[in-house]
Design a protein around this ligand. Structure first.
Ligand SMILES: [Zn+2]
Length: 120
């Protein structure tokens, strides 16, 4: 079945990736700064921090909107910390992160609650 909100789930996945990307930039810049002793422009820190925060906010907002057309539950949302019945792990990630990564990398995923398969 084609997922009706395919562009939104792609944006949610990219927003998810923006968070670790921003954190890595902050750590690299901090390491460079302390190793060389040269000050780094604060705009780099602020830009990376803005990337992290906006990624988190966009991800959370979209996760609430992305619903399974079959069972009506959030395709990338878990109510509990136990694994949903149809979760498909990828790279050691389970649940919402694996759904978003699969959507981004393979353009298909399955609802972790009812098992409905979707293509983007
Ligand atoms: Zn479902």
């Amino acid at each position: 079945m084609r997922f009706p909100q395919s562009s939104q789930i792609r944006v949610a996945a990219l927003a998810l990736l923006a968070v670790p990307a921003g954190i890595i930039v902050i750590l690299l810049v901090a390491a460079y700064s302390s190793a060389t002793g040269s000050p780094v422009a604060s705009s780099i820190y602020l830009g990376a921090l803005a990337l992290v925060i906006s990624g988190m906010v966009a991800n959370l907002l979209l996760l609430h909107r992305l619903r399974c057309a079959e069972c009506g539950q959030r395709v990338a949302g878990q109510k509990t910390f136990t694994d949903p019945p149809y979760a498909e792990p990828i790279f050691g990630l389970i649940g919402s992160n694996s759904v978003l990564l699969r959507a981004l990398l393979f353009a298909k995923f399955q609802c972790m609650h009812c098992g409905q398969r979707y293509e983007l």
